[in-house]
Write a protein that binds this ligand. Structure first.
Ligand SMILES: NC(=O)C1=CN([C@@H]2O[C@H](COP(=O)(O)OP(=O)(O)OC[C@H]3O[C@@H](n4cnc5c(N)ncnc54)[C@H](OP(=O)(O)O)[C@@H]3O)[C@@H](O)[C@H]2O)C=CC1
Ligand SMILES: O=C(O)C1=N[C@H](C(=O)O)C[C@H](O)C1
Length: 264
């Protein structure tokens, strides 16, 4: 039987791709598409907005339909509403929105005590694989003579509201945990002095319509290793989120990540 899903932020860049790809998936049934009432497309058919023709689901704030999972790609206020909807409906939650304040993050952790939650800053297979590879590199280089300097560069479209990306922050966190690093900086200017090893620096580039690119640099004295992972379009994130919804629907309550979904 197909998994019945709801999409929050359904008129957005990601929401539209979820509607398009979810509608084409015979194992999924999109039964609700949420948007806030002030959205210019509110009340329109979600399929028409996504450019695939009518799917008989309108962009709404409420639904009478039952769903097994809700996927959220929206904004912090929308993510907060998605958590409440999922808990009230006893549905699984796939949380993809980034740039959340600590109070919103705490609500997600709390929700995971009563419903299954997949929470990841990137639903892409190659990004999550690159995270594993970076952990291997960090472990191998943590005590290298001369030290290894870690810098995380990310490049996204001009419309992105949070910075650095949630994915860049997760790369930094995973590497810092392996290398025992405790200092984080965001860009550099002026005369900060020689670079300490106990530091990870983030650099956020905003340009054009880039759907997402991350480069992680481990700079040694005499050689450098860089890992770059790049999306060509948003479907890698949408596909991962739809897979996560299938994975989480009906699972026992708890916090899951994309390694659980992808078996990495
Ligand atoms: N984890 C992952 O794999 C990925 C995560 N993301 C994250 O997903 C989020 C959304 O990205 P993107 O689709 O590009 O952004 P968009 O701004 O295109 O989409 C967000 C949508 O949510 C709408 N919205 C605003 N308020 C609410 C609300 N209260 N309830 C429901 N919907 C609301 C927005 O409306 P309006 O435009 O009027 O504000 C918009 O339609 C970002 O945080 C981004 O970083 C993105 C890609 C991959
Ligand atoms: O806003 C985006 O577009 C993206 N946001 C996510 C993030 O902040 O990590 C994931 C992806 O890089 C696209």
């Amino acid at each position: 039987m197909a998994t019945r899903i709801a999409i929050n932020g359904a008129a957005g860049r990601m929401g539209q791709r979820l509607v398009a790809l979810g509608s084409a998936d015979k194992d999924l049934d999109i039964v609700a598409c949420f948007e806030y009432s002030g959205h210019p497309k509110f009340g329109q058919d979600a399929g028409t907005v996504a450019g695939i023709g009518e799917i008989d689901v309108t962009l709404a704030e409420e639904t009478a339909a039952e769903y097994a999972a809700i996927i959220d790609f929206s904004v912090p206020a929308g993510a907060h509403a998605a958590v409440e909807r999922a808990v009230n409906a006893k549905a699984a939650l796939v949380m993809a929105t980034t740039g959340l304040e600590e109070e919103h993050q705490a609500k997600i952790r709390e929700a995971a005590q009563v419903i299954p939650v997949v929470w990841a800053p990137s639903m892409s297979t190659t990004v999550n694989l690159t995270m594993k590879l970076c952990e291997i590199a960090a472990e191998a280089l943590k005590d290298i003579p001369g030290g290894a300097d870690v810098e995380v560069l990310e490049r996204h479209h001009r419309f992105k509201e949070d910075s650095p990306s949630g994915t860049a922050l997760r790369f930094g966190e995973l590497i810092a945990n392996k290398m025992g690093i405790t200092n984080f900086v965001h860009g550099r200017e002026g005369r900060p002095g020689a670079r300490p090893h106990n530091e990870i620096a983030y650099h956020a580039i905003r340009t054009g319509d880039n759907p997402g690119e991350h480069t992680i640099i481990f700079g040694l004295l005499g050689e450098t290793i860089e890992m770059t992972v790049r999306a060509s379009n948003r479907d890698c994130y949408a596909t991962g989120a739809l897979q996560a919804a299938k994975f989480a629907a009906g699972k026992k309550p708890g916090l899951y990540n994309m390694n659980d979904v992808l078996g990495l």
